[in-house]
Design a protein around this ligand. Structure first.
Ligand SMILES: [Cu+2]
Length: 128
């Protein structure tokens, strides 16, 4: 293998690593179009997060209704970037202002844990 091929190989690895890093950070379900698909024409409910210490205060929601999750002004720093992993799907959004919302699909009864996108601050969503 000469140096040119070796160089190409290295570039290829860097591109592949960058791709996987970014695909990991990019929400698989997010953005306006998909949000609209989740919300449809049906009713949704709004859940407002607040911060308690370094974590989120527990929140609750009704089962069977899509959720618009927003964060009040008590939520600071990286906790404004909220990440859920539900049935293998990632839902992630940076809630820049109080009017931004992370849209979640209608959920079944259960307890769902979530975190900031770094996995540092944690919270619990109870659905019943
Ligand atoms: Cu964090």
């Amino acid at each position: 293998m000469n140096n040119a091929w070796l160089g190409l190989g290295v570039v290829g690895i860097i591109v592949a690593v960058a791709f996987f890093m970014f695909s990991g950070l990019t929400p698989s379900v997010n953005g306006n179009i998909v949000d609209e698909d989740i919300l449809g024409n049906g009713e949704s409910q709004t859940v407002v997060l607040s911060q308690e210490g370094l974590n989120y205060k527990d929140v609750s929601a009704e089962a069977g209704k899509p959720i618009k999750l927003s964060a009040d002004s008590s939520v600071k720093g990286c906790l404004r970037s909220v990440a859920f992993n539900i049935d293998g799907k990632k839902y992630l959004k940076y809630l820049k202002s109080e009017s931004d919302a992370l849209v979640l699909p209608a959920l079944k009864t259960g307890t769902y844990s979530f975190s900031c996108s770094m996995g540092m601050g944690i919270g619990t969503l109870v659905v019943d």
